[in-house]
Design a protein around this ligand. Sequence first.
Ligand code: SAM
Length: 297
Amino acid sequence: MPSKKNTEQKQNISHLKVVKKVLTKPYNDIDLNNWKLYENIKTGTWWEFPSRENKNGHSYDYHGNFIPQIATQLFERYTKKNDIVLDMFFGSGTSGIEALNLERRCIGVELKEELVQRVSEKFTPRDLVVNVNIIQGDSANEQIKDKIKDRLNIMGRECAQFLVLHPPYDDIIKFSDKKEDLSNCATTEDFYELFKKVAKNGYDMLEQNRFAGLIIGDKYTNSRHISLGFECQRRMEELGFVTKAVIVKNITGNEKAKGKSAHLWRYRALFGGYNIFEHEYIMIFQKTKLKKIKSKK
Ligand SMILES: C[S@@+](CC[C@H](N)C(=O)[O-])C[C@H]1O[C@@H](n2cnc3c(N)ncnc32)[C@H](O)[C@@H]1O
């Protein structure tokens, strides 16, 4: 028979609801006990955004910047509040702006001095010290790691918690005449070599078990398709990254409107036997050690 004390206790707490503990992974703030609430987070391999976000500090002011929604998806899925995102090709600073919007922090490396100057003006002097650190330099050079470490130190961390790699897609858009510029390589093999050096520097600066996002498209030149995406993926794997996902992102509607020239491209495609690019890749990697798969003898 239950004691009088036990019965009284049960009556006292009968109005209380059971509160479930928050269940998160070590690399994000998604509460898995409430996973149905995160409808905005994409978990499929086909991504489509009808238009580019142009609010919350974002604008299409740099030919070659990625749409902010890519940063939103990656940072919500693979970072926690206050984490540091390292972007080795900072460009117009999309990663920095979105990191701030989501209460994350960012270190960005960009080669072009005048661009660094211009992009710095998008952030307050305080944010430029505390939350968004921009380094002018060559991401492929090993010495860039010392500069990144200095900034990480100021921000109170030893490593970055997420790595963004959005390189030039070889020479499709030429960003500068500098010899260190990945869009200015003499051959595509040289591009892969420089890309691997940047990815290696990023790998060394990334915390173990954390993630990297590679955003890249392919190219068509000299009458053939060149798989920049899969070639760069191979180099990432050679460095020790494990591929977690290969996402195909629809780019139609996210670029400047082609207008009349769209007809011309269609004619050229029909004439040349090739297809017009409507996608790019977002590849997700993890810096982790996987158990070796046993091979059959
Ligand atoms: C595709 S854009 C990145 C755009 C960026 N994600 C944004 O949203 O604005 C590539 C950038 O890499 C820069 N870049 C090229 N080679 C570089 C290098 N060796 N080190 C650092 N930045 C480099 C280019 O100047 C260009 O701004």
